[in-house]
Design a protein around this ligand. Structure first.
Ligand code: T1G
Ligand code: NAD
Length: 647
């Protein structure tokens, strides 16, 4: 089957690309387009060309599966130039997404039209590279330097309406895209053609523009290379000739494509697409989810209900009494109102989301629920009582899930009729924002229940990862190791601010101690105390000393750091130094790189133990947990990728 076909409608030819699943620019597709230019230039009957794609989207970019191989001709920048230099004007007709090389192909065309709701973008920096086929050189010629900078260094696509407003596309159409494109082409032939994009000027930004952007992007990038290199290419485009800028962009692209950061980001790209569809569940039909119950409208229950509503699923929210239910529904309203304030939701959308939540205190309201997610207090007695009620009121085949962080799901499910329908679904706070979902089956969980957990993860646009049962599953278990290792460095005399600075320098938004101060030291303290009360031998943590001294973090004016009243700026604490002094047994000197290597190494060591115990199915699942649950810098690939010396 040819990936490129040509059809004729009078003097307008249509070139149709059909390269499932996303019309990526494989070598065969590039060759097909290359040949189509020659064929149509040689046809005197053809006056203009519409370029359109079959399937769900316009060209989604270069074929990422080719990145590990030597570049093959025709090279994409040459193809874009060939389309631009064609004797007949080409019109790109965009639906779905025109991304990366796909949008670069569209910029080689003389015109670009897009179906309303379509997107265009240059996401290359999310893969650790820069556009490699004129994205940094043509975009500013269409939309100006600022818009080009936002598009290229941010990597986020823009919708068709905004793209039109920026000058990236010429028209937004609705209905039949092909018919609209043919009509647009006929009209375009009635008037003088615009200059090819490469021949359009770039307005010079005001003095100081580039320096200001350099500072802002360096601060945001936290060591990630591609955004700053993209800025450098854009500056070249504004200050040098088209050809010089193209040569600079291509050299930068080829250099970055081989970089460790690009290898890490490609690994994450593919891992994120593999995780939601695990091979061992490929042939298992999940349960259709039409109605979902959530038990508990607190921090997690409200967030989970919001995530379900965002996915369009009707929710029944159960609380223990009318007052708690009112609070829970209020929590939900606060979440949706926040979405309106941030411009993510319209008032109508927020109202519609809230209208899809039925509040109740009587579990009988769950009689027709297909799935129920429990998110009540982290107390085994409370949870077991809830599941006793659920077993009494829900359908025998309704899937029952717990959102527990640290309790053993098997203890929660003990005595439950039809345990095959029970599973752990561990969301992360805020549950309507965080993409990670740990899916925790018991030995009795059926394959269909497990497949339904993954289907729910996909429906909520999350990254679902299967985890076996141990304390903390995958993420919280590694977090515990990470924090213990950080305290181990304190015992060796390494300073708290040095450790935090080292992990920020590695790419984390914040280090382990400032993160604990923000979240509160008491949560983990209570978990340790609970384990001790249950007879487990839990070694004394340095954090226990602080909590016992009333130092729970920012919320108490001090934790690992002191905080002036009403301030969030951390200050080194003499009190903490005095409290910890008896526990500092040696004084070692470590560079920040050595500190980061030690702590990431400890995370990877715990990850390896998790793999050995078959708690996680593969190293990349552990990397996804750390990236999407704990802020591990994406461009490092995750602790397991980094530990292989590749990131
Ligand atoms: N190359 C190869 N395969 C790709 C691909 C790509 N660019 N994009 C997606 N796939 C596969 C993906 O692995 C999955 O495969 C299937 O398509 C569906 O993907 C020169 C150098 C387009 C918005 O970064 O953002 O151009 O698992 O599940 O949710 O300057 O895919 O089914 O076997 O994500 O509907 C720039 C990346 C490349 C776009 C669709 N382009 N893709 O989302 O489907 S660099 C990108 C996406 C570049 C030039 C540079 C999304 C999507 P499988 P999916 P989706
Ligand atoms: P929370 O205290 O904010 O909310 C718990 C809610 O459960 C309260 O609104 C309470 O009224 C309700 N509740 C208690 N008993 C009930 C009953 N019998 N029937 C109905 N509702 C009842 O707690 P949370 O932070 O939302 O945590 C809930 C669960 O989620 C816990 O198991 C916790 O371990 C887990 N979890 C928490 C986080 C987090 O960061 N907070 C992250 C992941 C998982």
């Amino acid at each position: 089957m040819s990936v490129v076909t040509i059809a004729h409608a009078g003097e307008i030819a249509t070139v149709t690309i059909d390269n499932p699943p996303v019309n990526a620019l494989s070598q065969a597709l590039r060759q097909g387009l290359w040949d189509a230019v020659a064929t149509l230039d040689a046809d005197p009957a053809v006056k203009a060309v519409v370029l359109i794609c079959a399937g769900r989207t316009f060209i989604a970019g270069a074929d990422v599966t080719e990145f590990g191989k030597p570049p093959m001709e025709p090279h994409l920048p040459d193809l874009v130039a060939r389309i631009e230099g064609a004797q007949k004007p080409w019109i790109a007709a965009i639906h779905g997404s025109a991304l990366g090389g796909g949008f670069e192909i569209a910029m080689g065309c003389r015109f670009r039209i897009a179906l309303e709701g379509a997107s265009v973008g240059l996401p290359e920096v999310t893969l650790g590279i820069v556009p490699g086929a004129s994205g940094t050189v043509r975009t500013p010629r269409l939309a100006g330097v600022q818009a080009a900078l936002d598009l290229v260094t941010g990597g986020k696509p823009v919708k068709a309406a905004k793209a039109k407003a920026l000058g990236l596309i010429d028209a937004v159409v609705s209905g039949d895209l092909q018919a609209a494109a043919l009509a647009f082409a006929r009209e375009a032939l009635e008037q003088p053609l615009p200059f090819p994009v490469s021949q359009r000027p770039i307005a010079t930004p005001e003095p100081g523009f580039w320096e200001a952007q350099q500072t802002a992007i360096a601060k945001r990038a936290r060591g990630e290379a591609a955004p700053l290199r993209a800025l450098d290419c854009l500056r070249k485009a504004a200050e040098a000739s088209f050809d010089e800028a193209m040569a600079h962009e291509r050299a930068t692209f080829l250099e970055l494509r081989a970089s460790e950061q690009a290898q890490a980001l490609r690994a994450v790209f593919f891992a994120e697409r593999a995780a939601p569809r695990p091979a061992h569940l490929r042939d298992v039909e999940p349960v259709a989810l039409r109605k979902v119950g959530v038990i508990g409208g607190g921090t997690m229950g409200a967030g989970i209900a919001a995530a379900l509503r965002d996915a369009g699923l009707p929710v029944t929210l159960i609380e223990r009494d009318a007052e708690a239910l009112a609070r829970g529904l209020g929590n939900l309203k606060t979440i949706f109102d926040g979405g309106v304030k941030r411009g993510k939701l319209s008032e109508a959308q927020a109202a519609e989301r809230l209208a899809g939540v039925t509040g109740a205190t009587d579990y009988a309201a769950l009689a027709d629920a297909d799935l129920v997610i429990e998110a009540v207090f982290e107390e085994i007695g409370v949870k077991r009582a809830v599941f006793t009620e659920l077993a009494r009121h829900c359908r025998a085949d309704a899937i029952l899930a717990t959102n527990t962080s640290y309790l053993d799901p098997r203890a929660i499910a003990e005595g439950l009729p039809n345990p095959a329908r029970f599973i752990g679904l561990h969301f992360f706070s805020p549950a309507n924002v965080m993409k990670l979902l740990e899916i925790v089956p018991t030995a009795e969980t059926s394959a269909q229940t497990l497949a339904t957990g993954f289907a729910l993860g996909r429906a909520l646009n999350k990254i679902p990862v299967q985890a076996g049962i141990c304390e903390g599953f995958i993420g919280n278990r590694i977090l515990k190791r990470y924090r213990a290792a950080a305290e181990g460095l304190l015992r060796k005399g390494v300073a708290i601010p040095e450790i935090d600075a080292a992990m920020r320098g590695y790419g984390f938004a914040m280090g382990p101690f400032e993160a604990q101060d923000l979240g509160g030291l008491d949560i983990a303290f209570l978990q340790r105390e609970g384990a001790r009360a249950a007879g487990q031998a839990v070694p004394e943590a340095l954090a226990d000393i602080l909590v016992r001294a009333g130092r729970k973090g920012q919320k108490t004016g001090g934790g690992w750091y002191d905080y002036a009243p009403g301030e969030r700026a951390p200050r080194s604490s003499i009190t903490v130094a005095e409290l910890l002094a008896p526990h500092v047994t040696e004084f070692v000197s470590m560079t920040r790189e050595e500190i980061a290597a030690e702590l990431v190494g400890q995370m990877a060591a715990e990850g390896q133990a998790i793999l050995d115990e078959r708690i996680a199915r593969c190293p990349s699942d552990i990397d996804l947990v750390e990236i999407h649950g704990y802020g591990f810098p994406r461009w490092r690939g995750g602790p397991m990728f980094a530990a292989q010396g590749r990131g």
